[in-house]
Design a protein around this ligand. Structure first.
Ligand code: PLP
Length: 411
């Protein structure tokens, strides 16, 4: 028998959403008549924007003719998309990017999970708690975690608790770290960072020669004008940060798959003799070896997001979800619950009522309101005492879920 990678044995045995699925199935089996409303997993529900569909069709037709057929594409993305990303997502916010600093991929999950490969096996990793589980598990697989304690915290990671007490903005680590995962707008808490807070992180990273891995998958949900969309809006960030973006939640691409990472050319890591090594070159090397480019058809679909119709349709999509967020937020507040997020993010982070922990509140909503949520504790120990609802549902279902929770909790 081939010896396995022991690090995989340190992973928590099941993914949070499998645990939820089991509880939901047990409930559904016992109550076949119950009509569940799912406000748990963060998957979108609305169809792709028509401009994207038209572009996907047109690109598919191109594949039927020898003159326009495309085979393997450039590993980091077609020029047409790189140019659109730089022009639309960054230039208007005062950020200048060269095309070879942009790496188009098939997912923010892949990018934020794979990026750790270009860093040393003994790099010290700092993680927000609660956290998007991919950052944790990818570093466990890579052997950086040490063993977990009884609360599920790994000895080798530096955890940065994010709770209402610190406004879901973690304190700087009190020791040296090499890699810092930040996610804003945040999944699961819905929190954002304003420029002064983000600058504190950039200054810290430069001082410590650390790299910030900035996940901005939800940047398009930002409503308030003073919230940065990109970490590169902060001076000095090009020397210390990699950024991830995705079309998944922006344009309904969860099943279509397109995203990108930004690795600025100023950004260096340290080689064996302390010499600077370009992270842009390493990521290029990694991607060109292990990733064979996002399909041409899909990149054409992503490019359509930037057309005037595409922009209008994407805005309508996000407005739709943010209206759901408002409905949920106000609905929960009206029944006396304390609610965070939902203003610049599609996530509503609800404080559990007195006497109920995260899973207790999850069970109550499931059993009494037939609403599926996500227990905050599933995102890390500091998520205990909270529950996540998402704004990605259908409108009528979202309204009904709020109404059901209202009537059940009001009793
Ligand atoms: N980053 C965060 C914080 C997310 O919540 C998600 C999806 O839920 C992703 C990345 C993954 O995005 P993608 O669909 O592009 O892989």
């Amino acid at each position: 028998m081939a010896r396995v990678n022991d690090n995989y044995l340190k992973l928590k045995s099941s993914y949070l959403f499998s645990d939820i699925a089991k509880r939901v199935k047990a409930f559904q089996d016992a109550n076949p008549g119950a009509k569940l409303i799912r406000l748990g997993i963060g998957d979108v529900t609305q169809p792709l924007p028509p401009a994207v569909i038209a572009a996907l069709h047109a690109a598919t037709d191109e594949m039927t003719r020898r003159e326009t057929f495309k085979g393997y594409g450039p590993e980091t993305g077609y020029e047409f998309l790189l140019e659109l990303i730089a022009r639309h997502d960054y230039a208007p916010r005062g950020v200048k990017l060269a095309p070879d600093e942009i790496f188009v991929s098939d997912g923010g999950k892949q990018d934020s999970g794979n990026i750790q490969e270009i860093f040393a096996a003994d790099a010290v990793v700092a993680l927000m708690d609660p956290v998007y589980p991919v950052y944790v598990d990818s570093n466990v697989m890579a052997g950086r975690s040490g063993v977990p304690d009884e609360r599920g915290r790994y000895a080798g990671f530096v955890y940065m608790p994010c709770t209402a007490e610190n406004n879901f903005r973690p304190a700087l680590p009190d020791r040296h770290v090499d890699l810092i995962y930040l996610c804003y707008p945040n999944n699961p808490t819905g929190a954002v960072l304003r420029p002064d807070a983000l600058k504190t992180w950039v200054d810290y990273a430069r001082r410590e020669q650390a790299v910030i891995l900035y996940d901005a998958a939800y940047a398009s949900y930002i409503r308030e004008p003073d919230v940065p969309h990109s970490i590169y809006e902060i001076e000095g960030a090009r020397e210390c940060a990699i950024e991830f973006r995705s079309y998944s939640k922006t344009a309904g691409f969860t099943g279509v798959r397109c995203a990108y990472a930004i690795v600025p050319k100023e950004l260096s890591g340290r080689g064996p003799k302390g010499e600077p090594v370009s992270l842009n070159s390493l990521w290029f090397r990694r991607q060109s070896t292990k990733f064979n480019a996002t399909p041409y058809i899909i990149q054409r679909g992503a490019a359509a997001v930037y057309t005037p119709e595409g922009q209008q349709q994407v805005k309508a999509l996000i407005d739709f979800y943010m209206e759901n967020a408002r409905i949920i937020r106000e609905g929960m507040e009206a029944i006396g619950l304390t609610v965070y997020g939902a203003k610049n993010a599609p996530y509503i982070w609800v404080k559990t009522p007195a006497g109920l922990d995260s899973w207790g509140f999850f069970d109550k909503l499931l059993h009494e309101a037939h609403v599926v949520s996500t227990p905050g504790a599933g995102f890390g120990p500091a998520g205990e005492g909270y529950l996540r609802l998402t704004a990605f549902g259908q409108r009528d279902q979202t309204e009904e879920a709020v109404e059901r929770i209202r009537t059940k909790l009001a009793r």
